[in-house]
Design a protein around this ligand. Structure first.
Ligand code: ZN
Length: 577
């Protein structure tokens, strides 16, 4: 705020014709964004045109004229040409290194033919050491418009694949997970020949001469998966570290492409934090990370104090949370722990996965070491059990009033628990996109009445005064804030119907949830979440204004540029290093 006032004072002086006598009242900016539609998510000045940045901080926000005096010879001036600037998106719940790992694996979901898959594998061979496995996933023969000449049970034979992979075993996982397609090298490695009998519950698909085609159904894939994980486990530490570094880089770059400048990782390990801390020292962490330990309480005892770090490495690494242990399973598989039985499977009310005592032990550790606690509670029973655990721990420490413990996913909540959540200052860490990815079957699981009352009631929670949050849980769902924003404000399902439409966020609330809301959920509202002088210069430039475009145009929004700590890190389709 101070900078804005200074700027206004300067302009007043210019108006009096005294410019030449006025010494500069502020340092010149390193970067100025101007001629934009700046949506600040800051009530003090909700919309503006220009931003001045010095070092990694925002120094002033105002009209183009306000900010003009900050421009000097050395200032990089970016003309936004009317495009929209918002605070950098914060992914509120994801799994950072598994997301990076998913990007190492070839993605065949959009492949239109087996030949296309083979050429993707061929390109990967160039970047892979001989002997290393090539893994891909997501293929489905029904998506191929071009069919191979030789087809056995609708599938090709492995010859063209094996021809491009003489030195690398390859395992291509079917989208269902119920089978893999392998090359000759992989079959040689596991000593599978023409006379190998299939394991019980599995099928080695063969041509009319008895030769294996490469397709392994059900348990016949196990020997390949074991060979792969055995190989990974035997690799020298250096190679494993190189791969982990690559995952960190890939996950960060994919985040930046999506306008995400901070990523909240639910579920890291001491070893991962050790490596990422070294990378932070080197300046090699691509986005700002907030990481929560997913370790056994017994293993965390005695280590949490030394590992607690806030804003390490120029605010690229914060470790001050324990999560995401799972108190229950997922709704889709009838695992979410409910107060009453499933409507479509009345013999079960779901599952308690990690024992209550283990969560209680983590809660004590979190309290003792001033960590946040972020445990998965999907069903309304799991949610209530977590509130009980949190409440009991808070009661032991009434002096600690601002712990911001979270319940991850919070997809089904009994109305009686909403006020309790408010009273306990607990944050239901929800993901907007899940309302649309789960929407098609939630009513089956819960029945219409229970769904209406308790299912994905994200706006009801916000109206009750709880912090709205957002995210896509990558790699569970695509890392795509625009898609989650779209679902958050429309609840439109892929088939065009609506799911719980009374629970839409307003546009402003949806943007707030992905910026300030997620910042608050990590104790970072002082440095992130809005375009405000003094905060980190993490700013995303969009092709259009998410707060005003019609619903059916939201998904056409492109990320034009991602600025992180005052540096352009992504621009027009390219990562900038
Ligand atoms: Zn998760």
């Amino acid at each position: 705020m101070r900078s804005i006032l200074v700027t206004i004072a300067t302009l007043t002086l210019i108006g009096c014709g005294q410019k030449s006598e006025t010494p500069p009242a502020h340092p010149l900016a390193d970067m100025v964004l101007t001629n934009g539609n700046v949506v600040t998510v800051d009530d003090a000045l909700p919309r503006s045109e220009a931003v001045a940045i010095t070092g990694d901080r925002i120094t002033a926000v105002g009209t183009a004229a306000d900010i003009f005096p900050y421009i000097g010879d050395q200032t990089e001036v970016i003309d936004l040409e009317g495009k929209t600037a918002i605070p950098g998106f914060i992914e509120g719940h994801g799994h950072y290194t598994s997301f990076g790992g998913s990007l190492l694996i070839l993605d065949f979901r959009y492949a239109n033919s087996f030949a296309e898959i083979v050429s993707m594998v061929e390109a990967a061979v160039d970047e892979t050491e001989p002997g290393e496995w090539i893994i891909g996933r997501g293929w489905h023969q029904d998506k191929w418009d071009v069919k191979e000449d030789v087809l056995i049970e609708g599938l090709p034979v492995h010859d063209s694949l094996s021809a491009v992979t003489p030195d690398n075993p390859a395992m291509l996982i079917h989208t269902s997970g119920h089978g893999v397609f392998v090359n000759q090298k992989a079959m040689t490695l596991v000593e599978m020949g023409n006379d190998t009998a299939p394991p019980e519950g599995g099928e080695i698909v063969r041509d009319e001469t008895g030769r294996a085609t490469g397709m392994m159904r059900e348990s016949a894939q196990d020997v390949f998966r074991q060979a792969f994980s055995g190989h990974q486990g035997r690799r020298p530490a250096g190679i494993a570290e190189d791969e982990m570094r690559r995952m960190v880089t890939l996950a960060g770059e994919e985040s930046l492409r999506n306008g995400i400048t901070s990523f909240q990782d639910l579920g890291t390990s001491f070893a991962e934090v050790d490596l990422i801390k070294r990378m932070a020292d080197e300046g090699n962490v691509p986005v700002r990370l907030w990481m929560a330990f997913e370790e056994q309480a017994a293993d965390m005892e005695g280590r949490l104090a030394e590992y607690r770090m806030v804003g390490y490495g120029n605010n690229f690494l914060t470790v001050r949370a324990i999560g995401e242990k799972v108190l229950d399973g997922a709704l889709g598989t009838h695992g979410g722990w409910l107060l009453e039985p499933y409507s479509d499977l009345p013999r079960t009310s779901g599952l308690n996965v990690v024992p209550i005592e283990e969560i209680e032990a983590s809660a004590r550790l979190a309290m003792d070491h001033d960590y946040q606690l972020a445990i998965q509670g999907i069903g309304d029973r799991a949610y209530r059990e977590l509130l009980n655990i949190y409440e009991a721990e808070f009661a032991r420490h009434p002096e600690k009033t601002d712990m911001r413990w979270r319940i991850e996913h919070a997809q089904v909540i009994h109305p009686d628990d909403i006020d309790r959540t408010v009273a306990l200052n607990v944050i239901p860490a929800v993901q907007g996109i899940f309302a649309c990815s789960d929407g098609p079957w939630v009513v089956d699981r819960l029945g219409p009445e229970r769904t209406r009352e308790r299912g994905y009631i994200f706006n009801t929670l916000a109206e009750a005064g709880l912090v709205p949050t957002n995210g896509t849980d990558p790699p569970v769902d695509e890392i795509d804030p625009i898609a989650s924003f779209h679902c958050s404000v429309t609840r439109i399902l892929p088939d065009g119907t609506e799911f719980q439409p009374q629970e839409v966020y307003s546009r402003e609330r949806a943007l707030y949830s992905y910026t300030m809301g997620n910042a608050i959920a990590a104790f970072e509202e002082d440095i992130k979440g809005s375009i405000t002088p003094g905060k980190l210069a993490d700013i995303t430039i969009l092709s259009q204004d998410l707060t005003t475009v019609p619903n059916d145009e939201i998904m056409n929004t492109d990320v034009i540029m991602t600025i992180l700590g005052g540096e352009v890190r992504y621009r027009d389709g390219e990562i900038v290093n």
